[in-house]
Design a protein around this ligand. Structure first.
Ligand SMILES: Cc1cc2nc3c(=O)[nH]c(=O)nc-3n(C[C@H](O)[C@H](O)[C@H](O)COP(=O)(O)OP(=O)(O)OC[C@H]3O[C@@H](n4cnc5c(N)ncnc54)[C@H](O)[C@@H]3O)c2cc1C
Length: 378
């Protein structure tokens, strides 16, 4: 049987692609090692070991998950790494009011452009959508640190936004683009929520379209794509969408230069935080600290994120027990300004978070690939 499309990978990009194909009446197969990819919600522990929050303006990624608790930005403690800290609402914030007002103006302008850019990306490649909006194209090319200097946001960045950005990316402001920086900083001004992802519900929604397995080879012959799974079975289609992480997709296609990845280590801990760390829902640390942030969960347990595999829990907790952990060798494509094309030839598409961080850019790239395939069918 020759399908309209085979989608490889069922993370935010692959699932969004599959749902759009389904809604458009295409005949597709979705093959993936797991459902959710870096969404990685643990039903057993009730915590997110991968992506931690969705923003209220994640119109596509939100369709894949169920919102849980609101994350209160006023319940954060910002640490400087030298034993000093302040809460979101404190005398310190009062001092920074002029800089915070500039930041709010920068974010208002950005969100106006970015909302339009995301909408365009549903039907245009990211490259085409950037050509339509040179403001976004400039942000893609500019290092975040340079943008911050240009907009005189140095103090505000040092105190608040660099720590929030570090919490979202695991790297410092010299590594990421201004576009990724502003994208993640939306979480400071747009409501954000923890979420659940139900694999059983998702599997039922996909039904017979979903095949669990690992794709090991891909070939294209006379307009028909064939993917072979590790168990020797094959799937054939007139189009293929690689919605696998860039490092995996690069084994099947020549993607050229890729951004470099960061490593993230997440531990789910029950215990008592030390005095000074126990007042707010979240503790945010500067990029000089291996520990990135701690976040209190609804049941009183904590998630601790670090860029180093061995997390110094005794430095954070008076007493503790580790409930679960997850290591991400390639957590996110964060460093550098390499651009991955979304189409190769007439019928090969690439979706994922290769050019832009997070669940929503990944989801939109999947929607774009589906729209291209549906357009050919119409
Ligand atoms: C710890 C952590 C925290 C994060 N926090 C946030 C956050 O709070 N908010 C946010 O928006 N983003 C966050 N992100 C980023 C976000 O998770 C990713 O950008 C997004 O999930 C990427 O989706 P994707 O579909 O591109 O890739 P993935 O989710 O990685 O999906 C790829 C899929 O391909 C499958 N696959 C791989 N190889 C093969 C193969 N050979 N054959 C078949 N299938 C294969 C995988 O099993 C997987 O299902 C976080 C990421 C991490 C790791």
């Amino acid at each position: 049987m020759i399908h309209d499309a085979v989608v490889v990978g069922a993370g935010s990009a692959g699932l969004s692609c599959a749902h759009t194909l389904q809604e458009g009446g295409a005949d597709y197969a979705l093959v993936s090692e797991n459902l959710g990819g870096r969404i990685c919600y643990s039903q057993k522990e009730g915590v997110n070991f991968g992506a931690y929050f969705v923003m209220a303006n994640y119109h596509h990624a939100e369709k894949l998950v169920t919102r849980r608790t609101w994350i209160n930005p006023l319940s954060c403690r910002f640490h400087d790494g030298n034993g000093h800290s302040f809460a979101t609402l404190s005398g310190h914030t009062f001092l920074r009011q002029p800089g915070l007002a500039v930041f709010a103006a920068v974010m208002t302008r950005f969100i106006r452009h970015y909302d339009r850019f995301k909408k365009n990306c549903e039907f245009m490649s990211q490259r085409e959508a950037m050509a339509v909006d040179p403001y976004i194209a400039e942000l893609f090319a500019q290092p975040a640190a340079e943008f911050i200097a240009e907009h005189h946001l140095g103090k505000v960045a040092e105190d608040y936004v660099s720590k929030f950005s570090y919490a979202c990316t695991g790297v410092d402001l010299d590594s990421i683009t201004a576009l990724d920086f502003l994208n993640v900083c939306q979480g400071l001004v747009v409501p954000i929520h923890r979420f659940e992802f139900d694999e059983v519900v998702e599997a039922a929604r996909l039904g017979e379209h979903f095949h669990r397995g690992t794709v090991v080879t891909h070939s294209l012959d006379a307009g028909v794509h064939t993917v072979t799974l590790a168990d020797g079975s094959t799937l054939q289609a007139r189009n293929v969408v690689f919605a696998t992480p860039a490092a995996v997709t690069a084994k099947f296609l020549d993607l050229g230069e890729l951004r470099q990845t960061c490593q993230l280590y997440v531990e789910h801990v029950s215990g008592t935080l030390k005095p000074g760390l126990d007042t707010e829902e979240m503790n945010l640390f500067p990029p000089t600290s291996p520990v990135i942030f701690t976040a209190r969960q609804d049941d009183g347990s904590y998630l601790v994120y670090s860029r180093e595999p061995k997390i110094d829990l005794p430095a954070l907790f008076a007493d503790f027990e580790v409930i679960g952990r997850k290591a991400w060798d390639k957590a996110m494509y964060v460093t550098g300004r390499a651009y991955v094309e979304q189409q190769y030839g007439d019928s090969t598409y690439v979706a994922g978070d290769h050019n832009g961080l997070g669940l929503e850019p990944a989801a939109i790239s999947g929607v774009y690939a589906a729209h291209q395939i549906l357009k050919k069918k119409a």
